[in-house]
Design a protein around this ligand. Structure first.
Ligand SMILES: [Zn+2]
Length: 307
């Protein structure tokens, strides 16, 4: 059984009418999964808000206080940086996104679900220990990893990040934490301009050149990620699932296609089967060409369902 976490608040967080990280992304995903008959196969669940204790394993109290203080009272939006705005629903959606990934970890580690996908907004992988950044407020996947370690007692958690942007926040939080292996691909020399030099020995960062296609990603997975899993022997695989390396996505210059996302998702499901009894939790990050995003998530969820 594949659990699918969603919540109405994820559709209400928005950062202005022209912002690419829009609720339309989730509507497209839900429409596509419904039309393809996939939604009916999923165990659809609504999370509750994560308590501060769960957030504070990853973020500083000052970070949490800043979000609470910035949450708009009178005006429609308050900005944390030029790209990252809060509306009236952002704070609650952020706590619910953290609640979704931790509930997904609970479901998978207690055997209620084989794997899970969290269709959350806001995304998380740019949020650093002490700073929101790049459309991200709380680092959802990092919160999931620490929940698995601190609450369930896991000793080795692998984080995969295939968003086209480097997951600087996740790296900031886990660099040199030997309980966590992070493997990633991202486009070289675009936002957030990090990752070329890994911050720790537990980071397997594979920058991909602009205009490279899915074959470069497949090579990175086969030559770097899968051997790293063999060495690390993860007890759980977590995925920062961004779909913005798609050739239709204007946010980047990588040229992946639908079949690349199907292949990649299949490879990760297979790796989870090999190393950790299929235990895998995936959480939405980027993806801004909404139709390509929806199809990518469709392939991804399909692979999870076939596990
Ligand atoms: Zn991205």
């Amino acid at each position: 059984m594949t659990a699918f976490f969603t919540h109405p608040a994820f559709f209400k967080h928005e950062m202005g009418p022209d912002h690419p990280e829009s609720p339309q992304r989730l509507w497209a995903i839900h429409d596509h999964l419904t039309r393809k008959g996939l939604m009916a196969l999923l165990d659809v669940r609504e999370p509750t808000e994560a308590p501060d204790e769960v957030i504070l394993r990853v973020h500083t109290m000052a970070h949490v206080d800043r979000l609470v203080a910035t949450s708009p009272k009178d005006r429609p939006y308050e900005a944390l940086d030029p790209d990252t705005m809060m509306n009236h629903f952002t704070l609650r959606a952020s706590y619910l996104a953290a609640g979704a990934v931790t509930a997904a970890v609970d479901a998978v580690l207690t055997g209620q679900a084989r794997n899970a996908f969290c269709a959350v907004r806001p995304p998380g992988h740019h949020a650093e220990r002490a700073a929101p950044m790049g459309f991200c407020f709380f680092n959802n996947i990092a919160i999931a990893a620490r929940h698995a370690i601190d609450v369930h007692g896991l000793q080795r958690v692998a984080i995969v990040d295939f968003d086209v942007h480097h997951g600087n926040g996740t790296e900031d939080i886990f660099a040199n934490d030997e309980r966590v292996l992070m493997v990633s691909t991202f486009e070289q020399a675009i936002y957030p301009f990090t990752g070329d030099i890994p911050m720790g020995n537990n980071m397997v960062n594979i920058p991909l050149p602009a205009y490279s296609d899915g074959s470069a990603m497949r090579q990175a997975v086969e030559q770097h990620w899968l051997p790293a899993f063999e060495t690390f022997q993860p007890e759980l695989i977590l995925i920062s699932a961004g779909f913005d390396a798609h050739r239709e996505d204007d946010m980047s210059h990588l040229m992946w296609n639908d079949q690349d996302y199907a292949w990649l998702s299949g490879a990760l499901v297979k790796a989870a089967g090999r190393h950790c009894n299929g235990r895998l939790v995936s959480s939405l990050e980027g993806g801004y060409a909404v139709e390509a995003l929806a199809r990518g998530v469709g392939h991804h969820v399909d692979a999870l369902l076939c596990a």
